[in-house]
Design a protein around this ligand. Structure first.
Ligand code: AMP
Length: 623
């Protein structure tokens, strides 16, 4: 087994950390970034881009750039249909009714896209740590249902990880925030890009127990952006008569500007949005210039933000606590930087939220702590999580019979006895569902199976024991047994939102083949950068040394430099490397002259090189 890391797989940004038992450390990318945008893009050439490079090109390639995939993972198409207009890429319905993404005629499941992000994080961790990373603790919103957890686990597997645990984000935050000694009660208010969670925990001498958790997987910073986008577009339409929603590129530009404005409004009272050439009107190009105040933003987004407060009230009540008993309120997620959020939280809990944690990093740090517990480096911590939603089976008349109630500590096991509805019934169907509604249709269906071979008996006589078992990652196993005949049937609840084990294995192989291709591409990019520098130096030498060099040497350097220029744009890395060496050697014979030249032109040269290096960073160092 290689190294284990903790991963906060966020809707907007992802962050990774590791711990050897001591203080956890955030893993930085080569360019020093501590978080990576959770964005995946496919270029016209079919290349995959991940992280900052993918985010940067989103405006010009909106249809092939996937952001906020976490909002789709493990979800039915029908559940996400209302978000379809919030994104520029195409959301489609898979053959099994799940949401998926279509990019250039290929349909990707959300676990596949998430796996591309995870794979990049794995690469970053391996570069940083200098060793293979095989295992991971991945965090999910506490309110994720069974299918969303399974789908996240599948994404981890596709990316080549052994997923040691799927950990709730607020639990991770608490692990990173609280010293394990003593007795404390705390609330973790987690408002990110795509989801909202509130959890209430109790810590007693290293035992972290989640007492209650509630949330809304369809409420996050993205929705606040949508409110701003809608307002900006409608203002623009009433001023110019132009409907930007019909444009290919404008909505993405407006969305980016709206998000930036939202973030600025966390620091200032007013901000401007300037988007030149956003559309073409009857008399030429039209620009979008608009001022947004914090007050206006709060009017537009206030209702959404306020929706979090009743959930806080219910969670504290579910935990059997009073608000005054809480020792700390911890804020997690980028949206908690919004002043209105902080104000509402402070008013509701009657205390200032803790300021000592970085809301972007605390979850990854907690996941790293948990990974060190699992690796046996730390023995002073125990986690007791809860299941966020009630689990049960369908009974006659379409009613959900609960077997494990929400907020039950996990791992857990519970069973109930059921019987048949008609005489000599030889088969019973077991339909597993999750949710708080009494009517089965209002809940999330997790899977069905049949128990066959029941002995002949009058209705109501057979005793069928249905057992639900949830492991420490919140993954559910269901079995049914006829206590008379001993016949038994079980399912692991639909692995990964529609992906079979074979699917996951195939996708994992494809992903690792892609990782190889990515490495080769990165090598080529780095050779091209080297070629640019060598060509630049050679061209300077050729200019300076024209008089001093003998004709033969000058012509040879000229010829080889031209050859290198041609090779630079091919994919032949071997020939490119050889040619770079060749030109470098020929050039070294005139290096003395170049040095003289360079000292004269030092500034110009360093500026030029800096610009090369900067553009290299963008192309070569996906965050
Ligand atoms: P997370 O999922 O925790 O990475 O949070 C991402 C969300 O936080 C996105 O919707 C961001 O726009 C939002 N966000 C980040 N920084 C700020 C800020 N300073 N003010 C308001 N929202 C922010």
């Amino acid at each position: 087994m290689g190294r284990t890391i903790g991963i906060d797989l966020g809707t907007t940004n992802s962050c990774i950390a590791f711990s050897d038992g001591g203080h956890p450390t955030v893993i930085q990318s080569k360019s020093g970034s501590r978080v990576m945008p959770s964005v995946v893009a496919f270029s016209a050439k079919g290349e995959r881009l991940v992280g900052l490079v993918a985010k940067r090109q989103a405006i010009t390639n909106p249809k092939n750039t996937v952001n906020s995939i976490k909002r789709l993972i493990g979800r039915r198409y029908a559940e996400v249909a209302s978000h379809i207009n919030d994104v520029s890429y195409e959301i489609v319905e898979n053959s099994n009714g799940d949401a998926a993404v279509r990019i250039m005629d290929r349909v990707y499941t959300p676990p596949e896209i998430s796996a591309i992000i995870l794979q990049q994080l794995k690469l970053t961790a391996e570069e940083f740590l200098g060793e293979e990373v095989t295992d991971a603790v991945i965090t999910v919103p506490a309110y994720f249902n069974e299918v969303q957890r399974q789908a996240t686990k599948a994404a981890g597997k596709i990316a080549g990880f052994t997923v040691r645990r799927v950990l709730n984000e607020p639990t991770a935050a608490a692990l990173a925030f609280i010293e394990p000694e003593g007795r404390k009660k705390l609330a973790v208010y987690d408002f990110g890009g795509g989801t909202f969670d509130i959890s209430v925990l109790q810590v007693i001498d290293g035992v972290f127990e989640v007492k209650a958790t509630l949330g809304d997987t369809s409420l996050g910073g993205d929705d606040l952006d949508t409110k701003l986008v809608q307002w900006i577009m409608s203002e623009f339409k009433s001023e110019t008569g132009i409907d930007l929603t019909r444009d290919n590129i404008a909505p993405q530009r407006v969305r980016e500007a709206a998000e930036r404005a939202k973030c600025e409004l966390s620091m200032t009272q007013e901000t401007d949005i300037n988007l030149p050439f956003i559309a073409t009107g009857e008399s030429g190009p039209v620009h979008l210039e608009i001022t947004i105040t914090r007050k206006l933003f709060e009017e537009l987004a206030g209702d959404l933000i306020k929706r979090t407060i009743p959930l806080c009230r219910d969670a504290v009540e579910d935990a059997g606590m009073k608000i005054e008993e809480l020792d700390h309120v911890v804020l997690v997620g980028g949206s908690t930087r919004i002043p209105m959020v902080q104000k509402l939280v402070e008013e509701f809990f009657g205390r200032k939220p803790a300021q000592s944690v970085n809301p972007d990093e605390v979850v990854a740090l907690g996941a790293a702590i948990e990974s060190s517990v699992l690796a046996g480096h730390r023995k002073d911590l125990v986690l007791i999580d809860v299941t966020p939603l009630t689990l049960g089976v369908e009974t006659l008349g379409g009613v959900l019979a609960p077997i494990i109630r929400r907020n039950s500590p996990i791992p857990t096991r519970n069973s109930r006895i059921f019987t048949t509805a008609s005489d000599n019934q030889s088969v019973v169907g077991v339909h597993v569902a999750q949710g708080e509604r009494e009517i089965i249709d209002g809940n999330r269906s997790l899977g069905t199976f049949e128990l066959r071979g029941l002995g002949a008996a009058k209705r109501g006589e057979p005793r069928i024991e249905v057992v639900f078992e949830i492991d420490a990652s919140g993954i559910l196993n269901v079995s049914a047994r006829d206590t008379n005949t001993g016949q038994e049937q079980s399912i692991k609840v639909n692995p990964s939102g529609g992906l079979s084990g074979a699917d996951i294995e195939r996708l994992r192989r494809e992903a690792s083949a892609n990782a190889e291709a990515d490495k080769i591409r990165m090598k080529l990019v780095s050779l091209r950068n080297e070629a640019d520098e060598v060509i630049y130096r050679a061209s300077k030498s050729l200019k300076v040394a024209r008089e001093e060099l003998d004709k033969e040497s000058w012509e040879e350097l000229d010829k080889e430099a031209k050859k290198l220029k041609t090779l630079r744009d091919t994919d032949d890395s071997l020939a490119l490397a050889k040619s770079i060496n060749e030109v470098r050697q020929l050039n070294s014979s005139v290096s003395r002259l170049v040095e003289v030249f360079e000292s004269d032109e030092e500034n110009a040269t360093s500026e030029f090189l800096e610009s090369i290096t900067k553009s290299d960073d963008e192309a070569k160092l996906p965050e």
